[in-house]
Design a protein around this ligand. Structure first.
Ligand SMILES: Cc1cc2nc3c(=O)[nH]c(=O)nc-3n(C[C@H](O)[C@H](O)[C@H](O)COP(=O)(O)OP(=O)(O)OC[C@H]3O[C@@H](n4cnc5c(N)ncnc54)[C@H](O)[C@@H]3O)c2cc1C
Ligand SMILES: Cc1cc2nc3c(=O)[nH]c(=O)nc-3n(C[C@H](O)[C@H](O)[C@H](O)COP(=O)(O)O)c2cc1C
Length: 570
């Protein structure tokens, strides 16, 4: 027991130390006691001896827009503060051969596309799904980020969690799925994870103070822009409408390759009809996600009402107590077919609806050439339901915007889709609206005088009706900004050419550019376009490089590893 000056020394030291220093002192003393024979009078160390050798954990993240990385970084800081040796690594950089050697493996992973892992996590995802190895030593925890607006909520995280268990791993905390307001839930999940170390007899964990920005609301900077112009780039006789929309937004910050996201409003007429069937006061306030809205505003601005997810339809069925097929339909149709008893039922239904999913559009302008502006290229979305022509929500919303109207948006950065150094060659493959980021790339390279060569592959219906931004490409070609243009208009000739045919046709020169260090980019329709283009690129590599199919695949993989092949497809 300490008394007198020694006790004062200790209390002085404690009062002058930060929490982190106290944790360190705690571990240091434990180590000391663990190494030396303990005096008979020594009090038991406050933490187990093992605490002196902090447990090592690996925290990984699979991210597209940085949210998972941000959380993983905060977790790593928190773990370190708790005296745990922590390795933080992105799943794209993670050595797959390390997995059987890991003891504690924590991953934060988002879901992208339609239930897919982020591109940066694809290799890891494929590795654990396609190779039948066993990892019984692994103790793991998965935090899944997603957005309840998407039908496949947190699918990638769910898959990783269940697959790690199938491979023999031991789950130390249950999978946590988080919506866009993930901060609080995510940090409480991580605290539980740290506590589970305690319970397992691992180092005693002292809960670290909340990280500084934990309470900061999740979300991105929202800009309010003004529509400058909106023009249809297709000829009147074309069967398509592709709008070039220019938005002025002072101080807007983005890089070529980024996209914008908008949350479209629901059509006023549909909202009115819904409200008239709801037996509810449209002006009634309702609390939703910690904010207060009138029911009318909530239905107009925030909720998916036009094409409900199956889970919302099921919920409607359970509230009204009827048997309703779990197929995606609009809320109005449900109200018409399965009327409600009263306003209380309607409020319950409203609160069970999912938020409107953001619509993403690749930015077609360049910060260097179009300062303070964002341009997008929007193809009108047309489909038929029961033989009746219908239009997509987001594209109709954008189409309705006139010069002078305001529009809110946020920037969706894409760090994997960036221009290379100015002297490098660039090959851009972007049929249809896939052209958008390449207008941005080319305008940027023009404005900054980049010396590298630029080759564009573009395809659409017909040259006269559908050559998007034709005069701009012509000007860039005439002024040598654009070195080469390869066009495929499938309505113009009997052989119906698409961009992948042009890739095969120009294979020798394309391979020469690749060998010369060119960077390849692909944007536009995922299916079938991107698959056909990738198959054609593999054929070119195999044929022109005189390689086996296996070696061609390795060559292509190498391009991806070097960041010389990037795609943004949808
Ligand atoms: C990374 C990324 C980049 C993108 N870049 C661009 C771009 O640069 N330019 C561009 O034009 N698009 C782009 N998109 C696509 C864009 O985000 C939208 O998905 C597209 O504009 C359609 O949105 P919408 O709201 O009009 O259609 P939605 O209303 O979402 O409808 C989409 C589809 O859902 C079905 N559907 C909808 N409602 C019903 C219903 N009531 N009944 C039956 N079926 C229905 C139809 O098949 C319809 O075609 C991009 C997407 C991603 C993910
Ligand atoms: C184009 C796009 C597609 C998405 N698809 C899904 C999806 O299918 N399921 C889901 O739960 N979330 C989906 N999300 C939402 C993201 O998972 C969510 O925004 C997440 O916070 C992103 O985290 P990250 O920045 O780490 O990638 C999608 C987001 C975008 C932009």
């Amino acid at each position: 027991m300490l008394t007198g000056p020694k006790f004062k020394l200790l209390t002085d030291l404690i009062s002058q130390s930060s929490k982190e220093e106290l944790i360190w002192i705690n571990g240091y003393l434990s180590a000391l006691l663990g190494q030396q024979p303990q005096p008979a009078t020594a009090v038991a160390a406050p933490v187990s001896v093992a605490a002196a050798t902090p447990k090592k954990i690996t925290i990984t993240y699979g991210t597209e827009t940085g949210n998972s990385k941000k959380l993983a970084t905060e977790f790593a800081a928190k773990a370190k503060k708790n005296g745990i040796q922590t390795k933080l690594v992105g799943l794209d950089q993670y050595r797959l051969t390390d997995l059987p050697k890991e003891e504690y493996f924590i991953t934060v992973i988002s879901t992208q596309g339609e239930g897919e892992p982020p591109i940066a996590a694809q290799k890891f995802y494929d590795h654990i799904h396609n190779n039948g190895f066993k990892i019984p030593q692994l103790k793991f925890g998965v935090l899944a980020l997603g957005d309840t607006a998407y039908p496949q909520f947190c699918k990638a995280g769910e898959d990783v969690d269940s697959q790690l268990q199938k491979l023999g791993g031991n789950r130390i905390v249950p999978l946590q799925k988080c919506d866009l307001d993930y901060e609080e839930l995510a940090h409480s999940w991580f605290s539980d994870l740290l506590k589970s170390f305690d319970n397992a007899g691992a180092p005693a964990i002292v809960a670290a103070p909340a990280v500084a920005d934990q309470k900061k609301p999740a979300g991105k900077k929202t800009y309010t822009g003004t529509i400058l112009s909106s023009i249809n780039l297709n000829a009147n006789q074309s069967d398509k409408k592709t709008y070039h929309i220019e938005i002025a937004a002072e101080g807007v910050e983005y890089l070529p390759g980024d996209s914008i996201a908008i949350i479209p409003e629901n059509p006023a007429a549909i909202v009115e009809e819904i409200l008239s069937l709801s037996q509810t006061d449209p002006a009634k306030n309702i609390s939703w996600k910690n904010e207060t809205f009138t029911i009318k505003d909530l239905l107009t601005q925030k909720l998916n009402i036009t094409y409900l997810l199956e889970k919302s339809v099921k919920q409607y069925a359970s509230i009204v107590g009827q048997d309703i097929p779990a197929a995606r339909v609009g809320l109005l149709e449900l109200l018409q077919k399965y009327p409600l008893k009263d306003a209380t039922q309607f409020e319950a239904i409203v609160l069970g609806l999912t938020p409107t999913a953001p619509r993403i559009y690749n930015i077609a302008s360049s910060p260097a050439a179009h300062e303070g502006e964002v341009h997008i290229t929007v193809l009108q979305d047309v489909f038929t339901v029961n033989g009746e022509k219908q239009y997509g929500l987001g594209t109709s919303f954008l189409e309705s915007k006139k010069p002078g109207d305001e529009i809110s948006f946020f920037i969706q950065p894409n760090k994997r889709f960036r221009l290379p150094a100015a002297d490098k060659d660039v090959i851009m493959i972007g049929p249809g609206t896939g052209i958008a980021p390449f207008r941005s790339f080319t305008a940027e390279r023009d404005a900054t005088g980049a010396a590298g060569r630029n080759w564009l592959f573009f395809g659409e219906g017909s040259f006269t009706d559908d050559f998007l931004y034709q005069t701009e490409w012509q000007n860039w070609f005439d002024t040598d900004v654009l070195t080469k243009v390869s066009l495929a208009f499938h309505k113009d000739s009997a052989d119906k050419p698409f961009v992948h045919h042009r890739i095969l046709q120009h294979g020798a020169e394309l391979f020469e550019w690749m060998q010369n260090g060119a960077y390849l980019y692909l944007c536009g329709e995922k299916d079938p376009m991107s698959k056909e283009v990738e198959a054609a690129l593999l054929t070119v590599i195999e044929r022109e490089g005189k390689l086996s199919a296996e070696d061609a695949a390795k060559y292509f993989e190498q391009l991806k590893t070097e960041g010389r092949y990037a795609k943004d497809v949808y």
